[in-house]
Design a protein around this ligand. Structure first.
Ligand SMILES: [Zn+2]
Length: 359
């Protein structure tokens, strides 16, 4: 079973609904802190809620909160919760579809509500799978971020392989090009210029702030940068998987970059170290979107992928900046595309460790 999480934005709630969500969160937060101090927490059942308050809170939420506080207390000695969002298990959370509109239904203070969600295209795929029984809905958390309400839900599914073709796609991640995807010699390029520029701007801004020790501002800037990068990674991964699906690719291959500390011999390699989390995130997004589309994912050993020619000749001199020119046979093409092609062929073999994780 694979599990992914979807963050579903609730379509702008009415003032009344928003007040209900806030009230639920307040009650639940106070209850969680009360539980922390409760002597018999380990034996607590939903009945203890009556000892805490006469205000109504759905037993579905009460049960989840008790379970969660128990495990948190055991694991990390939580002293106080600043906020404890309401969570629902899969028996109390349902996905519905009405006139093309996706809805989530869950219990609130007053009654059960059916709330429309703003579902992105890839999220709609998942919601349809839940409705058809191909995927299972897990627990959900109701939370607010930057003025918007969301339900974050877990979705589990049995991965399947739909394509019986033998077509492979190789994806190379780098700095000059954030990603290059190749099917045979047909390549798709995603430029990194804009990303590099934005990240440099954020970084230099933080350097000025650093000397003034404005830590909260630095953190906000980092959050903003990672949100920006995340959106870009979602966009790129969507297009890559789309390209693969359109071309009947059976398997997407990427380099296993874990544990690699490349010496910065080139700008590209330096980039790989600097932006490793962004590359890792991009690979993860590609992986889960591929699986969603029934496309396999394999990780390959990254050695020599950028130095090897299709004639088999391996040489550092084969690479001249962004261009690959084989010193032996003069075969010439874009360096990252050549790497992506070599990745698709798994010239240095598959990575055993990483493929176990991905399976
Ligand atoms: Zn050659």
């Amino acid at each position: 079973m694979e599990t992914i999480s979807l963050k579903l934005e609730l379509m702008k709630p009415t003032h009344a609904k928003e007040q209900i969500y806030c009230k639920m969160t307040e009650l639940n937060t106070a209850f969680s802190n009360w539980l922390l101090q409760y002597d018999e927490l380990s034996k607590a059942t939903s009945k203890v809620y009556k000892l805490f308050s006469a205000d109504k809170l759905p037993s579905a939420i009460v049960n989840q909160t008790i379970r969660e506080v128990k495990s948190q207390k055991k694991n990390q000695k939580a002293k106080a919760f600043r906020r404890f969002w309401c969570t629902f298990n899969n028996q109390n959370l349902k996905v519905e579809k009405e006139n093309g509109l996706y809805k989530l239904s869950f219990p609130t203070l007053e009654k059960r509500v059916g709330v429309p969600v703003v579902a992105e295209l890839y999220q709609q795929h998942w919601l349809d799978k839940i409705l058809s029984g191909e995927a299972k809905l897990g627990a959900g958390e109701l939370y607010k971020k930057k003025g918007k309400w969301y339900m974050s839900v877990a979705v589990s599914f049995e991965p399947k392989v739909v394509s019986s073709s033998s077509k492979m796609m190789g994806v190379d991640v780098g700095l000059n090009y954030l990603a290059v995807a190749s099917i045979g010699t047909n390549s798709l390029f995603f430029k990194g210029n804009e990303a590099a520029f934005i990240r440099r701007t954020f970084s230099s801004r933080r350097k000025t702030l650093g000397s003034n020790k404005l830590l909260s501002v630095i953190k906000a800037s980092k959050d903003k940068e990672s949100q920006w990068m995340k959106n870009l990674n979602h966009k790129i991964s969507r297009q890559i998987v789309h390209f693969a699906a359109e071309n009947g690719v059976r398997c997407i291959r990427m380099e296993d970059l874990t544990g690699i500390r490349r010496k910065a011999k080139s700008k590209k390699d330096a980039g790989r170290n600097l932006h490793s989390w962004a590359h890792y995130q991009l690979q993860q997004f590609i992986e889960y979107k591929a699986k969603m589309a029934g496309i396999q994912v394999e990780y390959v050993n990254p050695h020599h992928t950028s130095q090897t020619c299709k004639c088999g000749h391996v040489d550092k001199k084969n690479r001249k900046k962004h261009t690959f020119v084989c010193v032996k046979c003069q075969y010439k093409l874009h360096a990252d595309a050549n790497a992506a092609i070599n990745i698709s062929k798994a010239i240095s073999g598959l990575s055993k460790k990483k493929n176990k994780q991905a399976a």
